[in-house]
Design a protein around this ligand. Structure first.
Ligand code: C5P
Ligand code: C5P
Ligand code: ZN
Length: 470
């Protein structure tokens, strides 16, 4: 990949102005930030645009804007066919559709790919882009050929963690590890073995336990007093000097005590040892950021970026990535707070409306009350909260904002996926049959369907899930 990264870097450096188009999620925002920094440091004029998807309408407007050179990050490989004639480079990790052999490939003169597309994508090198490198990682590989940009390595880690690439094994793998090693050696990233809990920097201790969802702690997750009592019983003081203690401030023996008590809970509830061992894994922190802030640790950093993305504020997230610690950071925190409130409200809506159970799936209906943009997150939280049956996948439905149909989001557990469940297939095939479209991952997928097809969709999904699991 290095050779291709070098060629792409040269092409970018020889441009006077580059327009970056990126995906509006944590990985996409980290990608655009890497691209922006590398270009502006090299004296190239940069403009940036974030999009939810590179659908035809958006792609046309990008084309019509007449940019000299476009850099697509964390997207683009799925749209090679529609990019004919566009002078662009792509750094993406999604499964490519079609070929891009670059402007110098004389063997392929008649193909669309010969119109000036240069693409760097791990799938072309036998590397699994869904697990081993993120869009930000691929973009970083080009940035490091553009100048001294190793300080951007931490953003590649944020992107990978934001795309859940460290969750399955409790550590980054593949190309991500090489980037990690480089960042670590240069002093921009630290790797620690620590609790795989969310909020270890910024949240009060009892909240970290209460909101634990991956793994879920039987009898504690979602239980505020239970979590406080649990820590009290272990003799862990919740406060120090009048302030709430955070996980990262604990002494090592205190951490060990809590983790083994959590593991006992998991084992006592009959879960396998592998489930308990997923309590511990690698945690990535950034020594140049202030400890106790969300920017100091990769999971929290990526969460902050995601909440910018969800509210169409990719540029706020990018400002934070590129160093703004003033107004834009405050705005990012405000977006996160607002997002958390939306999520709490949505959880209440699901609790009051209830979850319907079929034989092989369960579902809730958000109607017009749950915004489609958070439907997937809400479905994941319900499944993670212990409020739903973890032996079946969960589906959520809500009307789309444009009023033109219905959004479906689905989430499952790793155990279900290991037993053969593939929600990506369920979402894509069942929606297609009803005139919609869908896709995603085996464990998390979504679809759009006509709004009068919910019942029919549920039947189709139930049948397919049944056959996958049998
Ligand atoms: O929207 P949601 O969070 O449920 O999406 C889960 C996954 O499914 C994401 O990876 C998303 O890109 C994918 N998806 C898709 N096609 C859709 C909706 C979602 O590929 N129509
Ligand atoms: O956005 P897609 O674009 O890839 O959706 C990512 C969603 O899928 C996230 O909400 C994430 O929670 C979920 N996901 C997951 N486990 C994975 C991959 C994705 O939960 N291994
Ligand atoms: Zn990505």
């Amino acid at each position: 990949m290095k050779e291709k990264a070098k060629e792409i870097a040269e092409r970018l450096l020889s441009s006077s102005k580059v327009h970056v188009v990126s995906h509006i999620d944590a990985d996409g925002i980290a990608s655009a930030s890497i691209a922006y920094s590398a270009l502006s440091r090299a004296g190239v004029d940069v403009s940036v645009q974030f999009v939810k998807q590179l659908e035809e309408r958006i792609l046309n407007s990008v084309k019509e804007a007449g940019h000299d050179m476009i850099w697509f990050t964390d997207l683009g490989s799925g749209q090679l066919r529609n990019l004919a004639g566009v002078r662009c480079v792509i750094t993406d990790h999604h499964e490519p559709q079609g070929e891009a052999t670059g402007p110098l490939d004389r063997g392929n003169i008649l193909s669309y790919s010969n119109h000036g597309i240069m693409e760097l994508n791990p799938h072309r090198y036998g590397i699994d882009g869904s697990k081993e490198i993120s869009g930000a990682g691929v973009t970083y590989l080009v940035a490091r050929e553009m100048g001294d940009n190793i300080d951007l390595s931490h953003l590649a880690i944020v992107g990978a963690v934001g795309d859940m690439q460290a969750s399955a094994d409790g550590r980054l793998v593949g190309s991500n590890r090489e980037i990690l090693a480089e960042g670590e050696e240069a002093g921009f990233v630290n790797t620690n073995i620590d609790a795989q809990l969310y909020g270890i920097e910024s949240r009060p201790l009892s909240k970290v336990i209460e909101y634990a969802s991956d793994p879920l702690i039987p009898g504690l997750s979602g239980d505020q007093t239970g979590s406080v009592d649990f820590l009290d019983d272990l003799g862990i003081p919740l406060k120090k000097d009048g302030g709430w203690r955070r996980w990262y401030q604990l002494e090592h023996p205190e951490k060990q005590k809590i983790i083994s008590a959590l593991a006992d809970r998991i084992l006592d509830a009959g879960y396998p040892a592998s489930y308990a061992s997923s309590l511990v894994g690698e945690v990535y922190t950034f020594p140049n950021e202030e400890p106790g802030t969300m920017l100091h640790e990769a999971k929290e950093f990526s969460t902050l970026l995601n909440s910018c993305g969800r509210y169409q504020k990719g540029k706020i997230g990018m400002a934070v990535c590129t160093g703004d610690r003033g107004e834009k950071l405050k705005e990012a925190y405000r977006l996160l707070k607002g997002h958390q409130k939306v999520l709490v409200d949505c959880m209440k809506i699901v609790e009051s409306e209830g979850i319907e159970e079929k034989d092989f799936l369960q579902y809730f209906s958000g109607g017009h009350k749950i915004p489609e943009t958070v439907l997937g997150t809400v479905a994941g939280m319900i499944l993670g909260s212990g409020k739903a049956d973890r032996s079946m996948p969960i589906l959520g439905f809500a009307y789309t904002e444009d009023g033109e149909g219905m959004k479906v989001s689905s989430r499952a557990t790793k155990t279900l996926v290991d037993s053969g469940l593939d929600l990506s297939e369920v979402m894509s095939k069942c929606s297609k049959e009803l005139g919609g479209e869908g896709g995603g991952h085996a464990i998390a997928a979504g679809a759009f369907i006509p709004d009068d097809k919910k019942e029919r969709f549920l039947q189709l999904a139930e049948d397919m899930i049944k056959s996958q699991l049998s």
